[in-house]
Design a protein around this ligand. Structure first.
Ligand code: MN3
Length: 203
């Protein structure tokens, strides 16, 4: 089955004023679609690998034939990352997390404020395009930055929140002000989804 871009579960304009409608349309309908088209093309004709899930492919990249490995890593990664991303953000979101994830953040980062600072600094220090991830690694929360469309699952780690720091994610509204985008990003984090992923990851 070829991969498909999942439909957004909220309106394109519902993340305003933090993420503008035009950015959402271009990002979801064009950028994500391009990753999907390219990974489908790469896997076309490869009966063994095209039947696998995107998670299975990315968590064992070495099993992907060398000639298409980079295309799967980049475009398959783009598909997986963005599919997660649309769920990790949402309207009427943001604020502070509650429940288990809030306790874990306090325990592993000291406080919510220092977690925020850590995520923001990682985003600012990431040179070029990539993502900043909140991951679960051996039961502990960590913030890591990865280039391009690489995903923590390729390193055996579980992502529970991802911030897209490619310019296409923020440039129309924020231009070169990445710091402001990172600050405003906290207004659209869907902590319910993050907590759900956290509960699954620590089992
Ligand atoms: Mn993107």
């Amino acid at each position: 089955m070829p991969f498909e871009v999942p439909k957004l579960k909220y309106d394109y304009n519902s993340l305003e004023p933090y993420i503008d409608e035009q950015t959402m349309r271009t990002h979801h309908d064009r950028h994500h679609q391009a990753y999907v088209d390219k990974v489908n093309t790469a896997l076309d004709g490869n009966t063994e690998h095209r039947s696998k899930t995107i998670e299975a492919l990315l968590s064992n990249l070495n099993s992907v034939p060398e000639p298409i490995r980079m295309a799967v890593r980049n475009n398959g990664g783009g598909h997986y990352n963005h599919s997660l991303f649309w769920e990790m953000i949402g309207p009427k979101s943001g604020g502070k997390p509650t429940g288990e994830i809030a306790t874990a953040i306090d325990k592993d980062f000291g406080s919510f404020e220092s977690f925020k600072e850590k995520l923001k600094t990682a985003g600012l220090n990431l040179f070029g395009s990539g993502w900043v991830w909140l991951i679960v690694n051996n039961g502990k929360l960590e913030v890591i930055a990865l280039p391009n469309q690489d995903n923590p699952i390729s390193q055996g780690k579980t992502p529970i929140l991802g911030v897209d720091v490619w310019e296409h994610a923020y440039y129309l509204k924020y231009q070169n002000k990445r710091a402001e985008y990172l600050d405003q990003f906290f207004n659209i984090i869907n902590w319910k989804k993050v907590e759900e992923l956290y509960s699954k990851a620590k089992k």
